[in-house]
Design a protein around this ligand. Sequence first.
Ligand code: MSP
Length: 681
Amino acid sequence: MSQRFYVTTPIYYVNDKPHIGHTYTTVLADVIARHRRMMGQDVYFLTGTDEHGQKIEKTAAARGITPKALADEVMPNFRDLWTRMEITHDHFMRTTDAQHKAVVQERFRQLQGTGDIFKDTYKGLYSVSDEAYVTETQAKEMQEQGLAHQLVELEEESYFFRLSSYEHWLMDLYERYPEFVQPEFRLNEVKQFVAPAGERGNLQDLSISRTSISWGIPVPGDGRHVVYVWFDALLNYLSTCREGFWPPTVQLVGKDILRFHAIYWPAFLMAMFREPGDDLQGPLPERVRRQLPQTILAHGWWLMGEDKMSKSKGNVVRPEELLRFGNDAARFFFMREMQVGLDRSFSFEGFMDRLNADLANGLGNLASRTLSMLQRYRKGVVPAAVVLDALDQEVLEAGRAVAPAYLAKAGANDFHGALDLLWTYLRQLDGYIVKTEPWKLAKDEAGQARLDTVLCQLYRALRATAVLVAPVMPDLAQQLWTGLGLPGKVADQRFADFQYEAPAPAPVAEPSPLFQRIDKETIRMEDSPAAPAAAAAAGPVAVPAAVPEAAVAAPPTAAAPAAADPLDVPPVKEAIDYDTFARMDLRVGLVLTAERVPKSKKLIKMTVDIGSEVRTILGGIGVAYAPEDLVNRKVVVVANLAPRPLMGSVSHGMLLAASDAASMPYLVAPPEDARPGYVVR
Ligand code: MSP
């Protein structure tokens, strides 16, 4: 039997139309689902809408319609968008579905029976703006932020979930199964919430009913109460699971709702799946662990400038603005740009640059050149690679390595990293064309065998690309696949059966453009709704210590020097003479340790081996890199920069990084073989 894989997205509130934040989550889930199918796994993919709660009740009341009518009106915005984006969910659930409601009530009753849910009086503080009870710690935070006026004393009857009883099992889960929360660095946040500074006994019981609203699932046997939205919403994953697929394998969430998914959700499940004799103070039984999600995968936010994109901030980008360049374009952009777990600034400019560089040039260019050379020199028939010199051999080895490396990353849900290495290989092939000059080989009888080799290698690379990127860009991959003369659906391929060096079964087609280059000038003049927002986000962002505000799109390919359009770059600074330049001492360094500087979003404190000594360097790269991604990375250090104090430490030197207009710094990487201490000039 093939392995089962159950993937979910959060269910979306119906008080808003989808923006690209929501779209990103669903696309990521879809890419994972498609990828797993191509791994031969049996996938169940669930998404849907979260339709109860006070906000929806209020919005509906303001419009003079029923909450259900509002939900019916908004829900199709999600459902239809997913159809348009070729999302392959197996089911679209709504929390107003009768079957879901029945399961929520049944589970509520079950937990009442075990004593995990009990009725009591809530006495404490309540935040009017968040419509939520607040703990003392949260109240303190709000007071510090000047939000004390939003707090009121409240006393009301409520049903509670005995969350405090599960503190020990939760901590045991985090300790023994750290893969439960990914990326790993998010686990700390969760632990901190359950046991601040490692101290036990702080987790409070959770109120899970409301009498102040009526739009929700009634508490069974007590119609004055409705079930709290999160108890209702989280149970969707259980109520709508397909038989045989429990528990979820990967559950995608934004970092803002991690706490609900990594604390409340497993605690609810522990209560539902434990047995009466289980010791809640002992280790979490393996039997119970097996009923919990394997991994909660928390992604970061799409930002506008430095703010979260959200309806309340009025800075949202709608998916339609990206979809006019095609579904594959939007999907590729999301996967290529966002490193799962970290935040990313969106800019429309960055979006267009990425597509032009990677799809119109990059892959598109390579495909059309390869197909036209195959047509011109070999009538479309793909030759075998028989004669290989050292360069050919190098390209062959790199090609053989690329699929396993890609699959390893994608299998760990790192599509950003996977695509990055695949496009690095495609750039290597551009260089290969430049070096081998197939058009010259074609002219000469003695060049024919070598030409065969070059053409064959290009073909293989494109075929591998079509298979690997099929989950990300289903249509573009299919077009490429068919263009290469390959039969059937690329999505039906299985990664395990793929053979990099398999002979071509049929001649290739005439080239047809894979991706139409975006003419940015025309787009600007079209008065795009995204343009003003993009311009606002494109301004230089101050990044302390390390990052020159240079502008870099994807590196232009050797074969196509006109690769990326120019960005909005600052003018080149005033000239300096050679001696001034030569006074700068740049060295290859190796990052030994890295940690975030407390209270700073951007700063990371590193120790860096620069050959002659180990330095402390603070760099403003925390939005783009997690500390664990930096350790063991080779960097370029400005070694003779005078030390300067920064956030309570002294930074001695800085790291070179390049950033695009959207402000994400990319660290400049020395060649692989360079050792710490090498001089860069
Ligand atoms: N209804 C709850 C989830 C219940 S799941 C049992 C909810 N809905 S939501 O519509 O507000 O958000 C759904 C998801 O969209 C969340 O994972 C959230 O993080 C994600 N995003 C909303 N804005 C986002 C960005 N700006 N960037 C990335 N994702 C964001 O929460």
